[in-house]
Design a protein around this ligand. Structure first.
Ligand code: ZN
Length: 457
């Protein structure tokens, strides 16, 4: 390479030098040059690259693309005492996440038309520490709004097939689901589905009291299996692209693989809690573990790991769905009345890495599940890859460092966490959004995140 005569001007705003980095083809050593918020070069570790500044990673650090969490309930506006944009996105940044996609429910109004999307954007604008995209809602009675929401920039649509937990976000029945999927196919959008069957849940024993097994029996695998079968068949019939949210029942993996082999456009996610916990070890009354679908048996957990190894499961995202400690009913520990949802936005990367490494997976696997996978499923073109042309969203991660979770020190709004007291491997040392530090020793306090629109990012 010929050096220009006037070689004093820096070519890059920042150059990262990393003995280990996770690129699109796995782990290598290298240097990453950032210009105007984008990755402008990925070259050898000793490549002669001049940056306005250089960040040398320590011996024990690995450079990752920023994590992408496409399943976050920010609840803002309307239930901001549960969570809000400043706190959720601060927690995300501290956890190595650079992009979240916000769910359309639990906020008020729910995001079910272009107007309510604009209300949410107004609240989020200038209040986010990471980039934020939005899902729209497909609910009973709003199918005529889907096109308008799509044109306003949502990344796709979420629907429920049973009561969502909040009355203002009513589920679709099967005729409406088919109609909605025809619209989604026409828009070339994605329908993301909470797949539990209403009828099956209604006929299951009701959840009450502090015994976790009783709660588990109230949300049987069969309810998930039936709903997923229905979604796959309607996706087959309509040609729509569908995504199964928070898979807990490993029974469904073979039918998802089989539908996909037939050309059905279906993807699937699971969550850190299904990969970390087992129903056998959840103490009575520990409602911080309550979520729907529920955490199941140890054998089921291992089959979910198999699903990741086999490539049937595309991604792992948090389903961060917090509420106040009062609504978790930690005082009485009643699984029947406690709000369902696990708060884990800041912990997902460490939680998944802790479990992955003891099963022989590599960091590059975790990156494909938690960064490139969710970016692909959501249609976030500029995210999820440490590659030239992508946004310079980066995470400096120390995989062999460790910590014990203290719920009080987490950044999401309410200090409730199913991971409290657990030792986790892997520490996020710093997080960078479009080349700017947003977590770690150099991070500023001003919100640096942007609101994203489908097709533009
Ligand atoms: Zn959710």
């Amino acid at each position: 390479m010929v050096e220009p005569v006037n070689s004093s001007a820096p070519e890059f705003d920042v150059v990262f030098r990393a003995r280990r980095l996770i690129g699109p083809n796995g782990e290598v050593s290298g240097s990453v040059g950032v210009r105007e918020g984008r990755i402008a070069a990925v070259e050898a570790l000793d490549a002669p690259m001049r940056g306005a500044r250089t960040v040398e990673l320590a011996e024990d650090e690995v450079l990752l693309p920023g994590m992408v969490d496409s399943h976050v309930h920010v609840n803002d506006p309307g239930r901001s005492e549960w969570e809000g944009f400043p706190t959720a996105t601060r927690a995300a940044a501290e956890g190595g996440i650079t992009t979240i996609v916000d769910m359309p429910l639990n906020c008020l109004p729910p995001t079910i038309d272009a107007g309510s999307l604009e209300v949410k954007r107004e609240v989020a604008r200038n209040n986010v520490h990471v980039d934020v995209g939005f899902w729209g809602g497909a609910v009973h009675g709003n199918l005529d709004e889907l096109r308008g929401l799509h044109e306003s920039g949502v990344y796709g649509f979420k629907c429920f097939l049973l009561h969502s937990g909040v009355d203002e976000f009513p589920p679709l029945d099967s005729a409406e689901l088919e109609r909605a999927l025809r619209i989604v196919a026409e828009l070339d959008a994605t329908m993301i589905v909470h797949a539990e069957d209403s009828d099956a849940i209604e006929h299951a024993p009701s959840a009450h009291g502090e015994n976790y097994r009783d709660f588990l029996h109230s949300r049987p695998r069969g309810a998930e299996n039936m709903a997923i079968a229905q979604v796959l068949e309607l996706a087959r019939r309509t040609g729509a692209r569908v995504h199964i949210l928070h898979l807990s029942s490993s029974d469904a993996l073979p039918m998802i693989a089989s539908a996909r082999a037939d050309g059905v456009r279906a993807t699937v996610e699971t969550c850190p809690h299904y990969l970390s916990f087992t129903s056998e070890e959840i103490p009575d009354g520990a409602t911080q573990f309550k979520c729907c679908p529920p955490v199941r048996e140890a054998a089921n957990r291992e089959l979910l790991w198999r699903g990741l190894a086999d490539g049937v499961i595309d991604c792992v995202v948090s389903d961060h769905s917090p509420c106040t400690p009062e609504l978790k009913r930690l005082d009485i520990g009643d699984f029947g009345v406690a709000w369902g949802g696990v708060s884990s936005l800041q912990l997902g990367l460490s939680a998944v890495w802790s479990q992955a490494r003891i099963r022989g997976f590599e960091l590059s696997d975790v990156v494909s599940w938690m960064s490139s996978g969710p970016a692909r499923v959501s249609g976030l073109r500029d995210k999820g890859a440490l590659a030239v042309g992508s946004d310079a969203d980066l995470c400096v991660f120390a995989p062999d460092d460790a910590y014990v979770v203290d719920a009080e020190k987490l950044h999401h709004r309410n200090a409730v966490s199913a991971y409290h007291g657990r030792a986790l491997a892997g520490v996020v040392r710093s997080t960078w959004l479009r080349g700017t530090p947003i977590a770690g020793p150099e991070a500023g306090t001003a919100p640096a995140g942007k609101l994203l629109n489908r097709g533009e990012a």
